[in-house]
Every structure is written in structure tokens, then in C-alpha cells.
Design a protein around this ligand. Structure first.
Ligand code: FES
Length: 173
């Protein structure tokens, strides 16, 4: 009788250890299936552009980089090769906020409606086109898709493809 209860105890102990081990391995397996934090942060970013105020710069972080979002005022010059146009006709600048000279973050000057890079004095128009100083090209355009006024950074929509093709052609020229 004593032997039987000892066997039963050992059996339950083994079952307990095996059960615990199974749960622990499932947790470990799930961790390997989950994307790394760096991959999660490289996902899509959705922004409602209609919430932006004209002439005020908004900056969102996308894949570790600042992205400039600027709703145009009526006084800003149209630039069909750069402007992102929403379904209601509002125009926006959507650009990676890193100077194309050596990567500093330019600041937006509301009074002049342009971007100024403090590092070496480079200047960009409101559309992100270089106009003074050492920057060799306009601010880069991140991949985006626009549905109505909803902007999704990380998707390559029709407008992005069009602007990107113009950008590439200008770079190669
Ligand atoms: S890094 Fe902007 S002008 Fe040099």
C-alpha cells in the first residue's frame, strides 16, 4: 500500500513537471513566432490629414525617422511633382525630415514658409525642394498611400508611385 502511494506520488510529480515544461516550451515558442520589436516599429503608421492645421508642421516618427507633414496654405506655390493631394483638394507636403546634405533635421519657418537646416544653412521650399545651400536634392518622400484624407505610411499607393517616379527621373537627370 505504501509502495502504491509512493508510485502515485511520483507519477503525479512527473505529470506536474511535464505539464510545466510543456507550458514553458509553448511560451518560448510563441516568443520566437512574435515579430521582434524592431519589426513591429517598422510597420504602418496611419494619420488623419484632415486634423492638420494649414501652415503648421506636424512631425511623426516612422521607421525611426521623422516624417514632415505640412498642410499647405493658400499662399504656398503648387508643386505637382511633390504635393500630396487629398480627395478634398487639400495639398500636403509629406517628406522624410532629414536634410539630404548630411542628415540633420531641418526646422520649419512659418514666417517664410520654408525649411532651414541649421547644420550648413541649407534651405528647402515648403514642398521640400532644395533652394539654397549644399543639399543636393529635395527631401525624400516616404512610401505612403492616401485614401481620402487618411495617410498610411509604409504602403506604396498610386500617388506615391507617381511622385517617386518623378523624383527618380530628376535624380538620374
Ligand atoms: S546637413 Fe543640412 S545643410 Fe548640411
Amino acid at each position: 500500500m505504501k509502495d502504491q502511494s509512493r508510485r502515485a506520488f511520483i507519477g503525479k510529480a512527473f505529470a506536474g513537471v511535464a505539464g510545466f515544461g510543456a507550458v514553458a516550451s509553448l511560451i518560448a515558442m510563441k516568443k520566437t513566432w512574435d515579430p521582434l520589436p524592431s519589426v513591429v516599429s517598422a510597420g504602418f503608421t496611419t494619420i488623419d490629414l484632415s486634423a492638420l492645421e494649414a501652415g503648421k508642421l506636424s512631425v511623426v516618427k516612422y521607421r525611426g525617422k521623422p516624417v514632415f507633414l505640412l498642410k499647405h496654405t493658400d499662399s504656398m506655390k503648387k508643386n505637382d511633382a511633390r504635393d500630396v493631394v487629398a480627395s478634398n483638394g487639400d495639398r500636403y507636403t509629406v517628406a522624410i525630415g532629414l536634410c539630404t546634405h548630411l542628415g540633420c533635421i531641418p526646422s520649419y519657418r512659418e514666417d517664410k514658409e520654408d525649411f532651414k537646416c541649421a547644420c550648413h544653412g541649407g534651405e528647402f521650399s515648403a514642398a521640400g525642394v532644395q533652394k539654397f545651400g549644399p543639399p543636393p536634392r529635395p527631401l525624400d518622400i516616404p512610401p505612403f498611400n492616401l485614401n481620402g484624407t487618411t495617410l498610411v505610411l509604409g504602403e506604396e499607393g498610386e500617388q506615391f508611385k507617381k511622385l517617386h517616379a518623378v523624383e527618380q527621373a530628376a535624380t538620374l537627370a
